[in-house]
Design a protein around this ligand. Structure first.
Ligand SMILES: NC(=O)C1=CN([C@@H]2O[C@H](COP(=O)(O)OP(=O)(O)OC[C@H]3O[C@@H](n4cnc5c(N)ncnc54)[C@H](OP(=O)(O)O)[C@@H]3O)[C@@H](O)[C@H]2O)[C@@H](O)CC1
Ligand SMILES: [K+]
Length: 467
């Protein structure tokens, strides 16, 4: 669980924001006092009178820890600080000097019911020494409740990679902004519940956690065309195309057409089916004035016909969502093929498809941003953490989606919902974030062990929550 609609900053961006705060006349001491007070406010609630052990490291995370310890002691709690090395300069040293309670060494520290982790935050540059990691893990295991200041100690801020942080931390209070480690699966799995404390640092960023979208009701003058005509191109596995089409219909599109071979099997009566078997005819059809968005890829197949349909569609100057087989067909040439297009395009790869198309190194956010920059597409990099990146550098991240989404057809549903958003005129990362939110919410509403068709059935209720 992460706070929705919250800014996300890398360690460098956080330091730059901190400098901007200093330039506005906020002192380092003031920021540290605010950070410590914000953490203490939550900690006192969780502690409920139990004895507290506060771990304090040598940097500013440790400085925050001394402030927390002071506030908790003032609140009447029994507080012991365990230090891994006293801060030697700046605000952290001054906060250390203001601590008047008992202090022990980290290595001799007793297990206590409540543990506050202020060993390291965004300044971790290398894996924790084994001895520190072992003592820390032992104290977390023995505590009833552990709260981390800013980040669990021993975690790479920008990727969430584990550098010694143990499992079992119950909650983490992010200071000033979320960091990538709070929203990417690797890091989040060690953070517990993530809370965000606004400590008055001005934050400017284009990176945010996904929040519930604000959607508009159709107006009195709305008609089927004004609400978006979405064409879904189906192929070898017609069920996938039908699923995407039904998701686009339930996702709010005014008119949905299923284009390709005459569909076999059940389709809703409101779904208009158009048999087209030739790539040139497909291009002519998709180029028609009425069509607002094209979805291509779910169940398309990877044969020659599929390939010719993909090439013909790419040449059409219409907003387009590419998923599934379309992504496999694009393969390593994806960036070049997509960059040649004028009209906006969204691609929705899972990890395997993404790696085959773009590869790359670094955090999931970095790799998704690079793919968006190279292809000019809005990239929806799916997974337990879904990272959306636009070619303008915007990022949205949704974490904590239902693990039950890992079932066949849910990707087709997402492609259809996104098609509906695009068809209704939503653009860029906002269209993708709205689709991903609706998809995730429909999964929550569907409960456990659903199958993809049931997601579609929950979409109207999810949309109702956004009006
Ligand atoms: N930015 C903001 O807006 C605000 C930030 N605030 C707080 O500041 C925190 C960042 O503080 P920070 O930069 O001092 O880094 P921090 O995480 O305390 O660690 C650095 C120390 O650890 C050391 N060290 C590093 N790795 C190590 C390892 N593996 N094993 C052992 N030692 C290691 C490193 O030493 P060195 O690398 O030189 O050996 C250095 O001494 C941030 O998370 C937040 O809590 C708030 O107070 C207010 C607003
Ligand atoms: K910490």
């Amino acid at each position: 669980m992460i706070p929705p609609g919250a800014p996300i900053l890398t360690a460098d961006a956080m330091r730059a924001a901190e400098e901007a705060a200093f330039a506005r006349g906020i002192s380092q001491d003031e920021l540290m006092e605010r950070a410590g007070a914000a953490v203490a406010r939550e900690a006192v609630r969780f502690a409920m009178g139990r004895p507290v052990l506060v771990l304090a490291g040598p940097g500013n995370n440790g400085g925050d820890a001394y402030v927390v310890a002071r506030h908790l002691r003032q609140a009447g709690l029994d507080v012991l600080v365990a230090a891994s090395g006293a801060p030697r300069h700046g605000a952290a040293e001054r906060m250390h000097a203001r601590w008047e309670g008992p202090t022990t060494s980290l290595y001799g520290a007793p297990v206590r019911s409540v543990l506050i982790d202020g060993l390291f935050g965004t300044g971790v540059t290398r894996p924790l020494e084994r001895s520190i990691a072992a003592v820390f893990a032992e104290l977390v295991r023995g505590a009833d409740f552990t709260l981390a200041i800013d980040l669990p100690s021993g975690m790479d801020t920008d990727s969430g990679a584990e550098l010694g942080a143990p499992r079992g931390i119950d909650a983490t209070i992010a200071l000033g902004a979320l960091k990538p480690a709070h929203v990417l699966d690797d890091g989040l799995s060690r953070c517990g519940h993530v809370l965000l404390a606004d400590i008055g640092i001005p934050v400017e960023t284009g990176w945010y956690s996904v929040c519930r979208p604000a959607l508009e009701m159709p107006g009195p003058q709305s008609h089927k065309y004004s609400r978006g005509l979405v064409a879904i191109v189906e192929g070898a596995m017609p069920g996938a195309g039908r699923l995407a089409a039904r998701a686009a219909m339930a996702g709010g599109a005014g008119y949905v057409m299923l284009v390709g071979q005459t569909p076999v099997g059940p389709a809703p009566d409101a779904l208009v089916c158009r048999a087209i078997d030739d790539a040139d005819d497909l291009a002519d059809f998709l180029a028609g004035d009425r069509i607002d968005a094209v979805v291509l890829g779910p169940g398309l197949g990877r044969d020659r016909r599929a390939e010719s349909f993909l090439r013909a569609s790419l040449a059409v100057d219409k907003p387009m969502v590419l998923d599934g087989d379309a992504l496999s067909l694009l393969g390593t040439g994806a960036a070049a093929s997509l960059a040649a297009r004028e009209a906006p395009v969204w691609i929705t790869p899972h990890a395997g498809e993404f790696d085959r198309m773009f590869g790359g190194a670094g955090s999931k956010i970095d790799r998704t941003l690079e793919a968006a920059a190279a292809s000019g597409a809005t990239v929806v990099h799916k997974g337990g953490d879904t990272v959306i990146a636009g070619p303008d550098g915007s990022v949205r991240v949704l974490t904590g989606a239902s693990p039950w989404l890992s079932t066949a057809g849910t990707g087709d549903v997402l492609a259809g919902i996104l098609g509906a958003q695009v068809g209704q005129g939503s653009s860029g990362v906002d269209a993708a974030a709205a689709a991903v939110w609706l998809h995730g919410r429909a999964a929550q509403l569907a409960g456990p062990a659903f199958f993809a068709d049931q997601l579609v059935a929950e979409l109207p209720e999810a949309i109702g929550e956004c009006l």
